[in-house]
Design a protein around this ligand. Structure first.
Ligand code: F6R
Length: 353
């Protein structure tokens, strides 16, 4: 029997309950959607012509997802600002959204402070911290996240809140029907990849077993570009493991040439190719040709197919699957998926100087 099929392992290695957050993922998406519908923003927020989302790490990835959906819908331009300061093009026609789970991330607070001299429409998404306090002082809207978890496990809230806000303001095409479909896809992924499903029939446990002891490289394209990034960061933070991500078709113009050296790197890597039937057909062809090149260099690889009809369902379904993979990989690595001591160390050292 695989260790992944042993319930005591989870009790021992996951005392803070990261697995529970994954089980609640579909329900938290539903709750976040309802929450965001209750926010009620001033009507002038709907007349902006661009959106900037300021955030870092687990609080920024939701911004990347909404940026992708806005591109697919050919709607408003969205920029994700993962840095100190403020992009120079922010003006009165900009909706500036500060996303920080803790409300204390210094890059996001720096952006907030600089933004006060601009006439941009502003909005904060947070559980509290300095961000909530300052936003309330300045008198602009705050969407309060009421879910206790590590920031990255609050992804249903940080992303779906943005989705609900964009939907309510008419900044993307109406996502009500796609949201319903997404909940069905998430339910089915949870049914296939949950902890109670044995390795023999569990795609997430099988993939984690293939990644164990190797460097993971995640490839995505189009609607799955940011999903590949989410897989990478979840493997870093939950599994405490090396992982990288790249995007097609760009990687066909450089990365494929580098499979050869050093030979130990190729021999110790696994490339996971996240594929969607919605991709451009030439990009799909590139997935197959890239697999041929990987096979020629004897680099292990696996294609994972997204399910669902809409882009939203495919993206979120693949996020949940990747989150399960990273959790099982943490179990195989014998580590607690929750703690991120290196991030805590950096934040605490930075706050001292
Ligand atoms: C921790 C995590 C980190 C944080 C990041 C920003 O679970 O995922 O990437 O999200 O350090 O912190 P917050 O989200 O509090 O602004």
């Amino acid at each position: 029997m695989s260790v992944l099929d042993s319930p005591p392992l989870y009790k021992q290695l996951d005392p803070s309950g990261m697995l529970g957050h994954l089980h609640r993922f579909p329900e938290e998406c539903r709750r976040a959607w309802d929450n965001s519908m209750r926010l009620g923003l001033p009507s002038e927020y709907a007349s902006v012509n661009k959106v900037v989302i300021s955030g870092m790490g687990g609080s920024a990835i939701g911004g990347e997802f909404i940026r992708r959906l806005a591109v697919l819908d050919n709607s408003v331009p969205v920029a994700v600002h993962r840095d100190y300061g403020l992009p120079p093009f922010v003006d009165r026609d900009t909706l500036l959204i500060f996303s920080s789970y803790s409300g204390n991330t210094e890059e996001t607070i720096s952006c907030f402070t600089e933004s006060l001299s601009t006439p941009a429409r502003k909005l904060a998404i947070t559980t509290g911290g300095k961000l909530k306090e300052l936003a309330q002082q300045e008198g602009f809207p705050v969407l309060a996240i009421d879910y206790a978890s590590p920031p990255r496990a609050a992804f249903p809230h940080s992303f779906v809140s943005l989705l609900g806000i964009f939907n309510a303001l008419g900044l993307i095409r109406d996502k009500t029907a796609d949201s319903q479909e997404t909940l069905q896809v998430l339910g089915s992924i949870a049914g296939q990849a949950g902890q109670g499903v044995p390795l023999a029939s569990n795609p997430a446990k099988q993939l984690a077993t293939q990644l164990h002891g190797r460097v993971t490289v995640v490839y995505g394209a189009g609607l799955l570009t940011e999903v590949a990034q989410r897989w990478k960061t979840q493997i870093n933070e939950n599994s405490k493991a090396w992982a990288f991500h790249e995007a097609l078709p760009e990687l066909n113009h450089n990365a494929v040439v580098g499979y050869q050296f050093p030979p130990e790197v190729g021999a110790g890597a696994v490339v996971v190719l996240l594929h969607s039937p919605l991709l451009h057909q030439r990009v799909s062809l590139r997935y197959h040709l890239t697999q041929e090149l990987l096979a020629r260099q004897a680099v292990k690889h696996r294609m994972v197919e997204a399910t669902g009809r809409s882009a939203l369902a495919q993206m979120l379904g693949m996020v949940l699957l990747g989150d399960y993979v990273s959790l099982y990989l943490a179990m195989l690595n014998g580590v607690d998926p929750t703690g991120v001591p290196q991030i805590d160390y950096l934040k605490s050292r930075l706050s001292q100087s």
